[in-house]
Design a protein around this ligand. Structure first.
Ligand SMILES: C[C@@](CO)(OP(=O)(O)O)[C@H](O)COP(=O)(O)OP(=O)(O)OC[C@H]1O[C@@H](n2ccc(N)nc2=O)[C@H](O)[C@@H]1O
Ligand SMILES: Nc1ncnc2c1ncn2[C@@H]1O[C@H](COP(=O)(O)OP(=O)(O)O)[C@@H](O)[C@H]1O
Length: 285
């Protein structure tokens, strides 16, 4: 039987870079919230012993697709735990709405949805912590999507602490450029020495993103989009970009600004939510 599983976007409501580790990765302090908007996966399980992706994702080879990689990793882990049903297989299709490389975490979210959904459908019995441990090997943002609660993240994003930021309405806009995460992290001009602060201090300070200055400098399109949105509402970059979000108290206020968007800007309006739509689906809400 085919079932539908949400794969939501995330925003980094703030993102600070507090240092660089010897392996080159950066230590962060970031606040994740989900959006009630994202991709949808259709999944059916079978006894074919194969993982099949029925809908190719443009520009991503099937073997590299995080959907397929997550399913294969879950199979290995369940096999080691002796909880994998005989010849476990799955057919997966995706309705992709999230832009790739947009800082909305679409690929990581897809991986998390596959881990959570197949663990449920195959009844492989892995705990959320075990799923998150598999997930972090696929991408730094997978654990937060697996756990499914808005979170303050530290380290490279794997140390999570639940948080409850206000659930605002967001206009999320894409400037039409694609930005590579490593290119931003390798930029010599990147701010990477923001002092470590407590969550209470961060929540009571204005929110900002340390990647924004270098991204605005490198990409005129992002710079212009942030300047334009700031005329209407508090606005900033999510993750390493390219998407930018503006916050509003009501859906209609966000939609009014979206209607004024300049040519070449695509966008959507969605609510920020502290419980992931994936968690709600799992619980049957
Ligand atoms: C920084 C965030 C915030 O959400 O940016 P977005 O990708 O969402 O924009 C993410 O944690 C990103 O996670 P993800 O996109 O999975 O990054 P990865 O594939 O793990 O890393 C890509 C590359 O970025 C650099 N990198 C990534 C994360 C990090 N904390 N420090 C780094 O220096 C490394 O060079 C790494 O090789
Ligand atoms: N199922 C998938 N959906 C999106 N991207 C994927 C997927 N599988 C692999 N990728 C790769 O992951 C990269 C990052 O995608 P994504 O998570 O959407 O962006 P970001 O981390 O900037 O939010 C893509 O550019 C793509 O090469």
């Amino acid at each position: 039987m085919m079932s539908h599983w949400p794969s939501p976007a995330k925003l980094n409501l703030f993102l600070y870079i507090t240092g660089r580790r010897p392996d080159g990765y950066h230590n962060l302090q970031t606040l994740f919230q989900f959006l009630d908007y994202g991709d949808t996966l259709q999944i059916s399980t079978d006894h074919s012993d194969r993982i099949q992706l029925l809908t190719p994702v443009a520009g991503v080879a099937e073997a590299d697709n995080l959907i397929v990689r997550a399913a294969e990793r879950l199979k290995q882990a369940a096999l080691a735990k002796q909880t994998l049903p005989p010849k476990a297989g799955a057919q997966i299709a995706i309705d992709k709405r999230l832009p790739m490389g947009g800082g909305l975490g679409g690929g990581s979210s897809n991986a998390a949805t596959v881990l959570v959904a197949l663990n449920h459908l195959w009844q492989t019995g892995l705990t959320p912590d075990e799923l998150a441990a598999i997930g972090v090997q696929l991408g730094a943002d997978v654990p937060v999507f697996v756990k499914g609660f808005a979170a303050f993240a530290q380290g490279v994003g794997e140390q999570l602490q639940p948080a409850e930021p206000e659930e605002k309405w967001y206009l999320v806009a894409h400037p039409g450029v694609s930005i590579s995460t490593p290119a931003v992290f390798n930029d010599p001009a990147l701010t990477r020495d923001t002092p470590v602060r407590t969550l209470a201090t961060l929540l009571s300070s204005p929110f900002a993103n340390d990647c924004e200055a270098v991204v605005r400098k490198r990409f005129r399109e992002v710079d212009e989009l942030v300047s334009w949105l700031l005329e209407y509402a508090p606005s900033r970059l999510t993750g390493t970009g390219a998407c930018v979000f503006a916050e509003f108290d009501t859906e209609s206020a966000a939609r009014q600004v979206l209607e004024l968007a300049p040519n070449g800007v695509r966008g959507f309006v969605a609510r920020g939510v502290n419980v992931s739509p994936l968690q709600r689906a799992l619980r049957g809400d």
